[in-house]
Design a protein around this ligand. Sequence first.
Ligand code: ADP
Length: 222
Amino acid sequence: KIVANKKQFIVIGLGRFGGSVCRELVRIGHEVLAMDKDEQKVNDFAKLATHAVVADSTDEQTLRSLGVRNFDYVIVAIGDNIQESILTTLLLKELQIKNVWVKAKNDYHHKVLEKIGADQIIHPEKDMGRRIAQQMADDKIIDFIELSSEYSIVELLATPKLAGKTLIELNIRAAFGVTILAVKQGEEINISPEPDYNITEGDLLIVIGQNRDIRRFEDVAM
Ligand code: ADP
């Protein structure tokens, strides 16, 4: 598979989380070095990953000999062993890897990772829980990206109430302060729709704005 900006990744720890990251990276066409100290896990990924190695990531010499410096991104997906996760992250930052993403287990772990320079700290269960809660609580939201604590991009499913109306008629930007970036109809996507675009039921509206404005748009217009 050919992707425009092919990157090289290392996934350290092939448990449920790391394994899932690894499979998805391969699926979208990137090169992945899969690493675990458990031989069985490595065998499971030998066919799938670009390379799979049995190695202990807390061993600096091992990391050096694997040439980790040449990789764009490293994901530390070591589950329960906080100490090894921290030491691995420290070594990777010492080796000047620019993008080290680390799965954190708790707040203490998070704090230490932050201090030693982890570039992204992930709490898979907490993060997913929040996403699911937001999607459940608001059934018009199909998907969303949090840009900051105040701004988001959300994908809203056009309701019958919106159907047949044009963007100019709804006066969305002036009345609600939100902007429609694009409209998706199945596989087709219309970027920056014209003011006279006529909404049909089932359109997916990709909207950017302040959260409270997006909510108001949903409550009043939809
Ligand atoms: P999850 O909750 O994502 O399933 P697990 O704890 O099951 O996480 O998986 C973590 C993986 O990380 C295990 O397969 C384990 O062998 C691996 N691992 C733990 N420490 C190291 C290490 N120092 N080097 C390489 N792999 C490690």
